[in-house]
Design a protein around this ligand. Structure first.
Ligand code: XMP
Length: 519
């Protein structure tokens, strides 16, 4: 019973995250959501997202009548406002020219919603515009509440029926006080309580998991990443020793990673104390390297690593005969992504390694307590559950690990060198307080030979590339503008401390056209 989003724009996830930051639960559905489902979900309000289409031609997405029939407040953003205007009897004008960027907004009359943008209510606040079409006549019952120089109807409302529309994007940070607008909508206009907090999420999740699994045993693949670690901590609290974690060392982990995971959940961590966490560490290094021998193609390597993981994990889980459930760290963006790819509009650039197919193969039920959560919420509950900050805010690490950071064939001696180079880079980033300023940073092993001189000796060895990126969603990214002196220091340390490396380069490619990982 909370607000919810409908159409499909690049900002849709952001709207849901912003609403949740107000302490209000929010889910995303396609605009053609089923009426029976809507009734059962019983939202307290609905937000219609923007979208790439135009309402000025037929056959484009329209608001389901059932949403208006719910009688709850509705807020249309951008395309959402245009479809409201068009469907309720106003007029929308097509335009080939897009308005994109900041605009000054002027309040046309008092409005609780638009007033939230600026203290004076008649404010001149900066809002973010990204649209072509615009509303040129509001529907009967509506008034214009704000304008900009290029969009005379920048906001409209029917405060009687509680239907609102804004042409600008309150969800992006470029809109000053956009959060305040969404908060007024969710808390005041919809009357939601704002009690979606980390503590409540944990309580809910614990109750749900207990109800779902009863006295059954559960197995979890613990990778040391944020998501599976949070699941482990959560399940430790919910079901204690009914949980067994399997940690597979594939020989492609970062330096000391195995020790760190064991330490994070060990006796002294506080997590293992209350309810001792059973971790079964499996050293499968040999098996992974055997499967990778001779493979050079990135997709072949990914498949080999993914399949070997499934083999190893399945074998280990089968050795725990009482297990009936498989716990996974699936989070909400994974759910949205796989729904999008079912609709056929997501492009597979790289096959991502996960344990897809495992539950069916093993005839296990699935426990996915983070399925409804965004990454920032997962981190928040991780902290509340007592996981160390260093783990909770650790940069993402790909499932295939160093396997996709050693170009071409993966060899144990390359992995060993890469681990040491990567550790130097990360250590220096932390030392310079730059680690949290970048979204992801790592070293890549390039098995090409290059000449160097170290001391008086000629060195003819391989190359390390350093990669650091800034990104919000990992779909697009730019290389981090790390200080030159810093990069130079890291490069010198790597060449001086690692005899197998003769040269270090810094990768300045953006995504797109490059990807974040090299393979
Ligand atoms: P790319 O290289 O596609 O990476 O720009 C985007 C983000 O995804 C991570 N990544 C992976 N994560 N399994 C994962 O779990 C994978 O196979 C995989 N490949 C890339 C990458 O580290 C970056 O954060």
């Amino acid at each position: 019973n909370y607000p919810r989003i409908d159409f499909g724009s690049q900002y849709t996830q952001l709207i849901a995250r912003r609403i949740r930051e107000c302490g209000v639960y929010c889910e995303i559905y396609s605009y053609d959501v089923d009426e029976a489902f809507l009734q059962e979900f019983a939202p307290q309000g609905v937000i219609l997202s923007g979208g790439p289409e135009t309402v000025t031609v037929g056959e484009t997405p329209r608001l389901a009548e059932a949403i208006l029939d719910l009688g709850v407040p509705v807020l249309g953003i951008c395309y959402g406002m245009q479809t409201l205007a068009e469907q309720l009897g106003g007029r929308v004008q097509a335009s080939a020219k897009r308005e994109f960027g900041h605009a000054k907004i002027t309040a046309e009359r008092p409005s609780a919603l638009v007033g939230a943008l600026g203290a004076t209510q008649m404010s001149g606040a900066d809002v973010w515009m990204s649209h072509g079409d615009k509303v040129i006549e509001v529907p009967p019952g509506f008034v214009v509440t704000a304008s900009t120089s290029s969009a005379p109807i920048a906001a409209m409302e029917d405060s009687e029926r509680h239907i609102y529309g804004v042409q600008f994007h309150p969800e992006v940070t470029h809109t000053a006080n956009g959060n305040a607008l969404l908060s007024v909508f969710a808390l005041e206009i919809c009357g939601c309580k704002g009690d979606w907090t980390a503590e409540n999420i944990i309580e809910d999740a614990i109750a749900q998991v207990r109800q779902q699994v009863g006295d059954d045993e559960v197995v979890l693949g613990l990778s040391g990443g944020v998501d599976s670690s949070v699941v482990a901590a959560l399940l430790a609290r919910a079901i204690g020793d009914q949980l067994t974690c399997v940690f597979v060392d594939n020989g492609l982990l970062r330096l000391d990673e195995r020790d760190e995971v064991e330490k994070a959940f060990g006796k002294e961590s506080g997590i293992g104390n209350a309810l001792p966490l059973k971790i079964k560490t499996v050293d499968a290094t040999q098996e992974f390297y055997a499967k990778l021998a001779g493979l050079e193609d990135p997709e072949d390597k990914r498949k080999a690593i993914g399949n070997t993981f499934i083999d190893v994990f399945e074998r280990e889980a089968k050795a725990l005969p009482a297990v009936k459930w498989l716990a996974q760290g699936t989070i909400y963006p994974d759910v949205i992504e796989s729904a999008a790819s079912k609709h056929g509009n997501a492009h597979v650039i790289k096959s991502h390694h996960n344990v897809g197919g495992l539950p069916e193969r093993m005839a296990l039920g699935l426990v996915e307590p983070l399925r409804e959560l965004f990454k920032d919420e997962v981190r928040q509950i991780g902290l509340v559950l007592g996981l160390p900050k260093s783990l909770v805010f650790r940069h993402p690490f790909p499932g295939p690990g160093l396997g996709v950071r050693i170009l071409g064939e993966v060899k144990p001696q390359y992995a060993d060198v890469l681990r040491r180079a990567d550790a130097i880079f990360i250590e220096e980033l932390r030392e310079a307080s730059l680690y949290d300023a970048v979204s992801q940073a790592f070293a890549v092993y390039l098995p090409v030979k290059s000449v160097g001189v170290v001391g008086d000796a000629r060195r003819y060895e391989h190359v390390i590339a350093l990669r650091a990126v800034e990104t919000i969603d990992f779909m697009t990214a730019r290389s981090a503008r790390l200080p030159y002196d810093f990069i130079e220091r890291v490069a010198n340390r790597i060449i001086n401390e690692i005899a197998e490396i003769s040269r270090v380069v810094y990768d300045v490619s953006s995504k797109p056209p490059a990807t974040i990982e090299w393979e």
